[in-house]
Design a protein. Structure first.
Length: 290
């Protein structure tokens, strides 16, 4: 291996030499801190005081292998198997998306708006970061969550155990209304979803690390109707959302207005509002049922 030595500082130098052209120096610093914390058990807050420390061969191999995976574009979260969301740890793998900061914004809004909610349904749960976080912060609520992917549900269930909360998971395809109605007959106070919303035409604009490593079934919409998941979820609100219950979406800013229009025309809701994320994009929808 082409590492100048086995000091922590020398390995950090190696990371910069090999990865700066891909990620930039600041991002490489952040990646190394995360790798060091996971593989070397060096807390990032004390990393600078450990730069002169020597690594044994086992640790050196781990941190070197991590650099090789990063050089291929593999996200650090898939290398460590962990991601952090709303202050908690979540297991992630190739069957689930890496939780995004925008989703944290949505979850924070739901928590702030609904301290006394009694029931929640998350559709397309993936890693389970949304229902697990809501259960940790709205403790009295009964939480349901579904996904079409058996592998994603297995990961979500592990994350409920990891975070010591109870979530009622089930497998269902939201695009098959008959199947969904057979699987879920409850009415809830909140329905939330961050469904697939990227049109196949947008593939050319996607980063390599997303295209090559994250599950396409959770990202892309098949066919010409790129808001079909939103339409299906809005339609089920008629039977599965309580009166005065709330619907929350994370959106593609390119189609947000069309989702808003469909929700308004459904005549299910008293109010339908779009909200911008921290970068100023139309990213979220909140609708209150009549």
């Amino acid at each position: 291996m082409r590492v100048a030595g086995n000091k922590v500082s020398q390995v950090l130098e190696y990371y910069h030499n090999e990865l700066d052209h891909l990620y930039g120096a600041n991002e490489v610093d952040a990646l190394f801190k995360e790798a060091a914390e996971h593989f070397l058990k060096i807390n990032r807050s004390v990393l600078n005081s450990k730069l002169a420390d020597y690594l044994n061969q086992s640790d050196l191999l781990k941190i070197y292998d991590c650099a090789k995976e990063l050089a291929k574009g593999k996200p650090i979260q898939y290398i460590t198997g962990l991601s952090f969301f709303y202050g908690n740890s979540f297991i992630v793998n190739s069957s689930v998306l890496i939780p995004r900061p925008e989703t944290e914004e949505l979850v924070h809004k739901i928590i702030q708006d609904n301290k006394s909610a009694q029931s929640v349904l998350d559709i397309g749960t993936g890693s389970g970061c949304i229902p697990v976080t809501l259960k940790k912060n709205i403790a009295e609520a009964k939480i349901f969550a579904c996904d079409v992917s058996v592998d994603a549900l297995a990961t979500a269930k592990k994350n409920a155990v990891l975070n010591s909360v109870e979530v009622n998971y089930f497998q269902a395809n939201i695009l098959n209304s008959i199947e969904f109605k057979a699987m879920f007959k409850d009415k809830v106070d909140i329905i939330v979803s961050n469904p697939p919303y990227i049109n196949q035409r947008e593939i050319s604009t996607m980063h390599k690390n997303v295209l090559e490593f994250e599950p396409h079934v959770a990202l892309f919409v098949d066919g010409d109707d790129d808001i079909i998941f939103y339409k299906s979820i809005i339609d089920l609100c008629l039977n599965n959302l309580n009166n005065e219950g709330k619907l929350y979406f994370e959106l593609n800013d390119l189609t947000a207005k069309r989702v808003e229009e469909y929700a308004k025309k459904s005549d299910i809701f008293n109010s339908v509002e779009l909200f911008k994320d921290m970068s100023g994009k139309w990213r979220f929808l909140k609708a209150v049922k009549k």
